[in-house]
Write a new protein. Sequence first.
Length: 355
Amino acid sequence: MSLRAEKLMARQRPSFDEITRLVERASTIAVCAHTSPDGDALGSELALVELIERTWPEKRVCALLADDDVVPRIYEFLPGAERLVRPSDYQEDPDLFFCVDLSAPDRLAGARAVLERSSSVAVIDHHPSAERFWDAGVVRTEAAAAGVIVSEYALHVAGGLTPTMAQCLLCALVTDTGRFQYQNANGEAFEVASLLVDSGASPSEVALHVYQSDRVAYLHLCATVMGRITTFEQGKIAYSYATGADFEATGVPVAECDGLVDIVRRVDGCEVALFLKEVPGGKVRGNLRAKSDRDISAIAREMGGGGHPAAAGFTVEGDIDQALSAVLPKLRDLYAPDKGTVPLSCYVGDKPAEG
């Protein structure tokens, strides 16, 4: 472990100890990630469930989904994915509700009711948080993924990771760094990735399932999205979209389409990418990505969502045209002369710390 990593572990140790005390006092524990879960959400959650069960085998632990949607097909290979429970099927009042990869209760969707009837709350996350609602936790925005912090918590309580935990956490890290291509791929991310591979994780298996197993129907949808790409601000802003009719025609579930924003992100000269998709209930979900220092998370928050400076999202009522009319002026405002980046903070323990 590098000197930097040792200092970071020392800084997190008191908060990890607070989390551990909550786990030790609980008999029933529900672990849950955010709605529309990605690789970081599911990988971090499943690894944490296994860690708790192996360290405290007397605990009853549930791997809970935030909503009743299906698990995205590309993440079904993750060890333990078959045991994920929909919130409508979980009737207990857990002693501890453990949030992973989210620090805002409104992203819990149907599982928020479980949070509200639980006795205590713990959080491990790397998203900016406006308000603390947990009893113990680590929210550290400079971490590349929630899986980074879960990996470090596993080292803290167990001294190491099993191969299955490592596999889940490598998926978390690979997907949230865009295969180590995004701005968040820092030195800590590479150190943790090395630890995970040494612990038995297979990068090739993650790549095979997540990036090399697209169905033909999905590729046809990709072609449709590519054909609609439009640019603004001399090519600095690019967007595309998929409608409900597109999903129906191709048979591709909405849950499988998180990667479509990266198609838009590939446009040469593009600094900000937007992908919009119609979802059931008369709503549109927007994904934002930045390739520069422009902070698109502030726009996502204005639209009722959130995220990181370089990766964020939101959901709004209406159709594609209405969503685009609302968000495009905000994106163009990023290029006004007085616009800059916004500093972020994080929680390690009780007090905000610089991220």
